[in-house]
Design a protein around this ligand. Structure first.
Ligand code: PLP
Length: 334
């Protein structure tokens, strides 16, 4: 199957599995797993932060970070389109007793700093205490403008807020913008990075930040059920991904551009945007369900909506993109 629904669908390659089966392990709840320790140290160093912490998922990594920054009754400012706000089951509110203050994202994924300024609550018993400003990079596949990130993080710190980056796909931003991970995470007090997206591991995220913040997140991770034992088998996949699957994200970006260019040739389809490994396109509403079924019969998995998202990854080749585009053309010509 050619699966364009997400970059989470990648399967571990034989070489990645070999790295996993030969991993040196220990009990990571006891801090004894050398492979986990190596991964945490490596990601922290590469991001220019003091410490790292391995999590089973990005959702849990983001949540533990929010809970480390914010206490009960505190508030975090976040984009309406942000994963932490919109796609994590409301965990910050449910499990953290943290009030989200969502603000509209602009087309480029930024949040206007005037709006942020207006949303920061005065210190007054009527209000939640605004503690944190969270951004996401990439967001909807788009790389946040570097100048904006620098301004936004300085602004937040100037107003006494901490800063968190949901960098689930920050390595896509690294490859696309040709900036270092350290440059992209500069200005953030914490950064969560997913290995189970374009980097192609079965599971795993790493949160980085100061020793104090990571110490606090470590306690929340245990409480949230994320303390894992011989997690080195999973961390080994992440180390393998750092060595082998970062530079190749450029192929995914080229394939996404190829997909967008292919769809743009079809009159019935309107390509809304393409950035890094994502393409957003609109299809006539009445065609969505039959087109999805048509593609599935031809071995192509998509989620066809009026505004559809296609995601490229290491299990999708340029030839697969051509197969997909030809199948969409075939549908509209039938
Ligand atoms: C996938 C993702 C996460 C975390 O997802 P998990 O499936 O819990 O690992 C967080 N933020 C963004 C932007 C994501 O795309």
């Amino acid at each position: 199957m050619i699966d364009l629904r997400s970059d989470t669908v990648t399967r571990p390659s034989p070489a990645m599995l070999a790295a996993m089966t030969s991993a040196e392990t220990g009990d990571d709840v006891w801090g004894d797993d050398p492979t986990v320790l190596r991964l945490q140290a490596r990601v922290a160093e590469q991001a220019g932060k003091e410490a790292g912490l391995f999590f089973p998922s990005g959702t849990q990594s983001n949540l533990a970070a929010l809970m480390a920054h914010c206490a009960r009754g505190d508030e975090y400012i976040v984009g309406q389109a942000a994963h932490t706000y919109k796609y994590e089951g409301g965990g910050a509110a449910v499990l953290g007793s943290i009030q989200p203050q969502p603000l509209e994202n602009s087309e480029d994924g930024t949040i206007s700093l005037e709006r942020v300024a207006a949303a920061i609550k005065p210190i007054d018993d009527h209000f939640a205490r605004t503690r944190l400003f969270a951004l996401e990079n990439t967001i909807g596949g788009k790389v946040l403008p570097a100048a904006y990130v620098a301004e936004a993080t300085q602004f937040a710190h100037g107003r006494g807020l901490a800063t968190h980056l949901d960098g689930a796909r920050v390595f896509n931003a690294v490859v696309d913008s040709n900036q270092s991970l350290m440059a992209l995470t500069d200005g953030f007090d914490s950064v969560s990075i997913c290995f189970s997206k374009g980097l192609g591991t079965p599971v795993g995220s790493v949160l980085v930040g100061s020793k104090a913040l990571i110490g606090s997140a470590h306690r929340w991770r245990k409480m949230l059920g994320g303390g894992m034992r011989q997690a080195g088998v999973l961390a080994a996949a992440c180390l393998y991904a750092l060595d082998h699957n970062v530079a190749r994200l450029a192929d995914d970006h080229a394939n996404a551009a190829r997909l967008a260019a292919g769809l743009a040739q079809i009159d019935e389809v309107k390509v809304a945007s393409q950035a890094t490994n994502m393409v957003f396109a609109q299809f006539p509403q009445a065609d969505c369900a039959p087109l999805e079924a048509w593609l599935k019969e031809r071995g192509i998995l998509t989620q066809m909506l009026y505004a559809s998202r296609f995601v490229t990854h290491l299990d999708v080749s340029a030839a697969d993109i051509d197969t997909f585009v030809a199948a969409v053309k075939g549908y509209f010509k039938r």
